[in-house]
Design a binder for this molecule. Structure first.
Ligand code: PLP
Length: 384
């Protein structure tokens, strides 16, 4: 295996940012319980509140609207555990949203996407009106629209402002999974009055096992985890101060890095152009619509994704065959199926996702490693 590693799998998880690591180390030494009134407790509390402010700033929200959780999955489960009658969920949702929606007991209506992976707002209007039925606005409280801001596999960005506006016109609440847009797109939870916004620490360079639900002040939820009065009685359990502090520091750094999105898009575009030059029959999925600056999902016909990812790994490049959360499974990606992408392309889809530490050298190494993927389909045996 090559000694120099090139990590291009930021949509699965990001390397820990130095700022986050330092904040975590400081917090590990501040051992107090944040609920205690003594100096040790107050020190831990101050770290949590500073982190809350940073996460709120990243989300475009007020500090009081941020509740810390163990991750985005818990935040989404919390929202979906409420007694909704109907949940409208997009066909390209992450399992963190899709599975709790299906288990919620609510009627689940799937919002289709077009070939680019985008939700058609007119189609959503019809579905919302159908869910409200003859009860109209009086049923609005029992209906939830759950959509992601951007897709983890394709990077395709949804028209969130439009979707939220049309749901609100009918009095219906909206949950936005902003896990993949945080730090890549300026978020505006307040401005769009997004009722529930789901965030994850480890996708932005914070530690794994932390996240947040950002809740518009008008939105009231019953706790998912009951017990002590932590997080204003909304999420019980002694806070994971180090993880929260790391999340806060990562949020601050990610907000600063919003000015680097064009640079990231440039690196991603250089990579795609070089891969297309090397293998002109390459399919670049989602390139005909608005995409995250850091994501490239490509398929080389005849080169199975699992084999391609192994070949890249042997050349020192970490990429992903579809979503990391589904890795190990060889099932067809439901996201690509919803976009109407055929099996021949879907089974060859390899995702490169770059981030805060990606360099031009990383991109060059990936371009060189791509030769190995091209060789898979011509049957040339790989030599590790
Ligand atoms: N939503 C999206 C779009 C994701 O990509 C992920 C992680 O893969 C999640 C939710 C779940 O986040 P967490 O790992 O914090 O539970």
């Amino acid at each position: 295996m090559s000694a120099v590693r090139t990590y291009l799998d930021y949509n699965a998880t990001s390397p820990l940012r130095p700022d986050a690591r330092e904040a975590m180390l400081r917090a590990l030494d501040a051992f107090g319980n944040a609920s205690s009134v003594h100096a040790e407790g107050r020190r831990a509390r101050a770290m949590i509140e500073a982190a809350r402010g940073e996460v709120a700033a990243l989300a475009g929200a007020a500090s009081r609207d941020v509740t810390f959780t163990s991750g985005a999955t818990e935040a989404a489960n919390w929202v979906l555990s409420q007694p909704w009658r109907t949940v409208l969920v997009s066909a390209v949702e992450h399992p963190a949203v899709m599975v709790p929606a299906q288990r919620s007991g609510a009627r689940v209506e799937v919002i289709p996407v077009d070939r680019s992976g985008r939700i058609d707002p007119d189609r959503l209007s019809v579905l919302i009106d159908g869910a409200l039925g003859s009860d109209g606005e009086s049923a609005a409280d029992s209906v939830l629209v759950a959509v992601q801001h951007a897709n983890n596999e394709t990077g395709v960005v949804q028209p969130i402002a439009e979707i939220t506006a049309l749901a609100h016109e009918r009095g219906v609440r909206v949950m936005v999974d902003a896990v993949q847009t945080a730090g890549r797109v300026a978020l505006n939870q307040r401005g769009h009055a997004i009722d529930f916004m789901v965030l994850s620490s480890h996708k932005i360079g914070g530690p794994q096992g932390a996240g947040a639900l950002v809740m518009h002040e008008a939105a009231k939820l019953d706790p998912l985890i009951a017990g002590g009065g932590q997080e204003r009685g909304l999420r019980a359990g002694t806070e994971n101060v180090a993880a929260i502090a790391g999340f806060g520091a990562a949020a601050a750094a990610s907000r600063r890095d919003l000015g680097r999105t064009e640079h990231l898009a440039g690196l991603r575009n250089t990579l795609e152009a070089a891969l297309m030059h090397a293998t002109p029959d390459l399919a670049v999925i989602g390139s005909d619509t608005e995409r995250l600056c850091n994501t490239s999902l490509v398929a080389l016909p005849g080169a199975a994704a699992e084999t391609a990812v192994i070949a890249l790994d042997l050349a020192g490049v970490a990429a992903s065959a579809g979503a990391a959360c589904s890795s190990g499974k060889t099932n067809r990606s439901p996201v690509l199926a919803a976009m109407g992408i055929g099996d021949d392309i879907a089974r060859c889809a390899v995702r490169f996702s770059i981030g805060w530490a990606t360099t031009e050298e990383d991109i060059s190494r990936c371009i060189s490693a791509w030769q190995r993927v091209d060789r898979i389909r011509s049957g040339v045996r790989e030599v590790a």
